[in-house]
Design a protein. Structure first.
Length: 628
């Protein structure tokens, strides 16, 4: 029987011998590789924190002690060590399996849920402040990567630690990577520190001396002072954190469990806030992940030897992200004022194409969506044409900037919002179901969604040269397989497209729901119901003339969208009808007003929530009967 199979909780980890810990680490890596190779998931981040998580659970005692993982995409090891091994882990990120992130509803060992970067410090500091107010003695540990530390929220929290609590532990996991390779001054700062040969030699020599020398214990305090002064002299390594009131320790080997335990125990007994800087290897234990850390940050099912994707998608059908990225490259080649901006996700957003071919027209600002939005506004204020590619669920963070810095000043920034709709296996933290509701109320905003990849190219071209703030939303995954034009064309802003006429029902579908609407119309036709389909294209402005015409013809109007039913496209149509005293029944069809969980696929979740063509047809048929 394997050691991992005997682990029912953290107490079992504490009982293991030092010899067993190495075996456990290997077994955990094997299990993560086995599960993610079938299900996909965050491979590299989890393989990099195996020893850290083992050490954390040997030194601290959850659920009393609180461990907060930033993003929490690196929590698979934590799950395995806290009683979540077995069949539900094997179905990780699938329907009926465990979530791919920390989830308070899933386990008492998950102190705080997350899915976006930069929240760990603020959340952990809140937990620590609550502990102090309630007279508790539990430890609070925030674990975050060096890339998450560049997020603005992290620095806001860092500024408050010293004035809020005296007992706080920050573990900084330094692996030189976020999703893409880290960028910026802070990344260079850490890299210079851990690669400086003088510091590395002195650190190694001092550690060796203290371990071997009989007088090591008596000079330990002196040695610590020497190392601190050496760090400050060479790199000012600890000065930044110590100015924030945190005692700095490290950097140390994040794969040495014995050393990690020693330092974590010191942190546990520290009378002041402390930061432990560890250095790890993202993707450790999986050669293909080490060779391609960006791909294996969040991977689809893969071959563990070659690293190749085993889902075998049709290579002739581009992903929406690549259709956008390659179109932007075409436009940028002809216009040097067109630039792409990403918040640490060049590959995931498709901006890797412009990054490779036209690096002078590409900017990676790190995990900082707010900065990306305001930076884009600054570029636009000087006549540059910025295209900021940000996932829909991450765009939520930049809504204030979109309003205050872009729309209020009517600056021509294009926001490309990938992953609009479902990110099925990631779940509630990553579903893009709220962007229309958040952005539709902003004056000067133009919001659109293409029904296929060729229309996406046209929308991108239209937006770049519109002179307006524009938001384009589109789903994750492959396109519809339509042939793309050699070069995109401009669309008429606010103009919908009639795909078919119908006397009983007018189905206004948005984006990727157009293909669903076509199937719905066919199902209704078999039942003797005449249904027409409109490709809405634009959420704001609506095609008001066509809407008036359709309201005058149809018995009911149904809206269909890959978005929450609250505040989305259907709400916009309903508002238009109310403002114009139109009494025709409107059936708004979309995602329920609740947080949608993770599932094995978009299809599975649509079936669960009544958004298959058959289920939509039934809703429309019932609405038509009631309208009579």
């Amino acid at each position: 029987m394997s050691i991992l199979s005997k682990i029912q909780g953290p107490e079992d980890v504490k009982k293991l011998s030092k010899q067993d810990l190495k075996i456990l680490a290997d077994e955990i890596r094997g299990e993560i590789i086995s599960v993610t190779s079938k299900n996909g998931g965050h491979v590299g981040p989890n393989l990099g924190v195996v020893e850290l998580c083992i050490a954390l659970h040997r030194v601290f005692s959850t659920p009393k002690d609180k461990i907060v993982f930033d993003v929490s995409h690196q929590s698979y090891v934590h799950k395995l060590l806290t009683g979540r091994n077995g069949e539900k882990f094997k179905k990780l990120r699938q329907t009926g399996g465990y979530c791919g992130f920390c989830n308070r509803a899933e386990s008492e060992h998950d102190a705080f849920g997350a899915g976006h970067a930069g929240t760990a410090l603020s959340a952990a500091l809140g937990l620590a402040a609550a502990r102090d107010m309630l007279g508790g003695d539990e430890n609070v540990i925030a674990v975050l990567g060096d890339a998450a530390l560049t997020n603005g929220i992290s620095f806001e929290a860092l500024n408050n630690i010293e004035s809020t609590t005296k007992k706080f532990i920050l573990v900084l996991n330094d692996n030189k990577m976020s999703i893409s390779k880290n960028v910026g001054a802070l990344s260079k700062y850490f890299n210079d520190l851990i690669t400086n040969p003088i510091y590395t030699r002195l650190y190694s020599d001092m550690s060796s001396f203290l371990k071997k020398s009989a007088v090591g214990r008596s000079v330990k305090k002196f040695g610590s002072k020497v190392m601190s002064e050496t760090k400050d002299f060479l790199m000012e390594a600890s000065s930044m954190f110590e100015k924030y009131g945190l005692r700095y320790l490290g950097p140390i080997d994040g794969h040495n469990i014995e050393q990690l335990e020693m330092y974590l125990n010191f942190c546990k007994n520290s009378p002041e806030p402390v930061i432990l800087h560890i250095v790890t290897e993202k993707g450790r234990g999986l050669p293909c992940a080490l060779k391609n850390p960006e791909k294996f940050h969040g991977a689809s099912p893969y071959n563990v030897i070659t690293g190749e994707n085993t889902e075998h998608p049709d290579p002739t059908i581009p992903l929406y992200q690549d259709a956008m990225g390659k179109t932007l490259l075409k436009i940028a080649r002809k216009d040097s004022t067109v630039v792409g901006i990403t918040a640490a996700m060049s590959a995931g957003t498709g901006l890797c194409h412009i990054k490779k071919e036209l690096p002078e027209q590409f900017f990676d600002v790190g995990i900082a969506e707010e900065h990306a939005a305001v930076f884009s506004a600054g570029l636009a204020a000087r006549g540059i044409k910025p295209v900021a590619a940000i996932y829909s669920s991450f765009m939520q963070r930049a809504v204030d900037c979109a309003m205050h810095d872009v729309c209020l000043q009517n600056l021509p920034v294009t926001f490309c919002m990938d992953r609009a709709g479902l990110s099925a296996q990631d779940g509630a933290t990553h579903h893009g179901l709220f962007d229309i509701a958040m952005l539709r109320c902003l004056p000067n905003a133009t919001i659109m969604q293409p029904s296929n990849e060729d229309e996406l190219a046209d929308m991108l071209y239209t937006s770049v040269y519109s002179g307006k703030p524009c938001f384009i939303r589109y789903p994750r995954g492959k396109g519809e397989g339509v042939k793309m034009k050699e070069f995109p064309q401009k669309l008429e802003i606010g103009k919908a497209e009639v795909l078919s006429e119908g006397g009983d029902v007018a189905i206004w579908a948005l984006g990727n729901m157009v293909s669903v609407a076509k199937k719905v119309a066919e199902i209704l036709k078999e039942k003797g119901i005449s249904a027409g389909v409109v490709n809405a294209r634009f959420v704001k402005p609506l095609d008001e003339n066509l809407l008036r015409e359709q309201f005058g013809k149809a018995k009911i109007v149904a809206t269909l969208e890959d978005h929450s039913v609250r505040g989305g496209f259907g709400s916009a149509v309903s508002e238009f009808a109310s403002e114009n005293n139109i009494a025709t029944h409107i059936e708004i069809i979309g995602w329920k007003d609740e947080f949608i969980p993770h599932g094995s696929s978009v299809g599975v979740l649509r079936e669960m929530y009544g958004l298959t063509p058959e289920a939509v047809a039934q809703k429309i048929e019932l609405a038509l009967k009631n309208a009579k």
